[in-house]
Design a protein around this ligand. Sequence first.
Ligand code: XUL
Length: 542
Amino acid sequence: MTDYFLGLDSSTQSLTGVIIDFDGRKIVISKSLPFMEYFPEYETDHGVIKQEDEKVVHSYPLMWVEALDTIFELFKEENVDLSSIKAITGSGQQHGTVYLNDKFEEQLKNLNPDKGLKQQLSDVFSRETAPIWMDSSTNKQCQEIREALGGKKKTIELTGSDTFERFSGPQIRKFFQENPEAYNNTSIIHLVSSFMASILLGANAPIDHGDGAGMNLMDIRKKNWSDKALNITAPGLKGKLPNLVESFKIIGKISPYFVNKYGFNSDTIILPWSGDNPNSLIGVGLIEKGKIAISLGTSNTYFGFMDKPRTDPRGESHVFGSPTGDYMSLICFKNGALTSEQVKNEFKLSWKDFSDILEKTPPGNEGKIMLPYYFPEIVPQVLNPKVYRFGFDENDKNGNVRAIIESQLISMRLHSQWTGEEPEVIYATGGASKDKAILQTIADIYQVNVIQFETSASAALGAALRAAKTYYDDTGKNLSWSEIVQDYTVAKGKMISPRKEYKQIYDDMVLLYEAYENYILRSGKNPEEHRQKFIDIYFKNK
Ligand code: XUL
């Protein structure tokens, strides 16, 4: 008997499914359905609804549901033996909320396999669209909730994050304020993750602690709903939310709809889905202390395993539950690849030229410091974008190339200090992680080994591995997390070691960079003298 496990990822732009053959230690199939390509009739722009107000970003939950039927049809066409799948779970884009009326559960229980999900679930929504994580229209509600919870510090202490526009609580409050009647007609509010899990389960599924932590509604330490946060957010909210559970709990068996329609085994177990970041944590093998991941994509993210719920006193970052039952940090920097690309384009460089310059210029950049807010920044919060340069100007090609990379990475080191983690190895993922000169700069700045990690479909893979872990725990095989992830999460690239001779210069440069942040963003003292000293020590007569 083969043990297959399925992980699904309902992300902003696509639905992805990865099936693993656990004993064979291989991926049986990995399929991704971009919404724009497969479901053009919804007329989305990469999965989101085009709206005039660019702060308002929604999507269609019915489209996500339709994609579920389509992906199973594709698996069938490829002759994948769906009856060998022992357990299923998934990953959802975080924070998004789905609003359902009182028909939802009844209709889920009575799904007819001769018809499609779209046809049978089109009238279960009390709000046709779902606000997603890209929505930033709830500034007012963020302020109201933060204030009512006793200020920023108390909000962070209670929920693990300050209030953020994209978080579910502020979004729910906005819906209640702007559309009280539709709010009253809402029987249950799901996250993307728990909504999709409900379809597979044929009943309302709970929310797991990983994704629940992205709502400003869960007590991050007790891992239950905070009555205080619920009451402040909207009336009667407790009665409209599913329960919270551990990510690894079995929540039931697959709905007969999928058994009859696609040939799943009726014993296939369903786990709660989680957010994409908690799933990716598993998908890149971060199951214990000592490793962190840096994803260099459109935006740059830093995430890592945490054994205790430490919170960021500045309120810029987040703490979510990890699927292992522990915690994880997540820090999101907006000025990532697009910012480097802007510098590359300003000097009409190719990526190869850019990388060559990085390689041949000196670490520490001769004391040239940049605060690179080409776009509004999340960490540290900068609402009005502006680029600040100290010791050079916008015409200095080499200086700008090195400055943009060093500033992003030094800022990351500085703003991840609150996690208390001192990684032994950093997994670098995302487009820019293919560049050796960038990997070397990460290694030098952090003074730890860095390895490039291919992560196509890491969230879906993480989900499939979570499914395997729970199944084997349940059947008594009791495999440890490291036994589960080994082989699936092996970094393929070459390990890059830090150059010890640059330790001191970067330790000093982090302090100098922080002084410049304080100067520009927090009205601190001008650190020019400090910068001159830095140049004297490391660059005079060299
Ligand atoms: C995390 C966040 C994003 C979404 C993207 O806080 O908003 O990473 O989860 O899918």
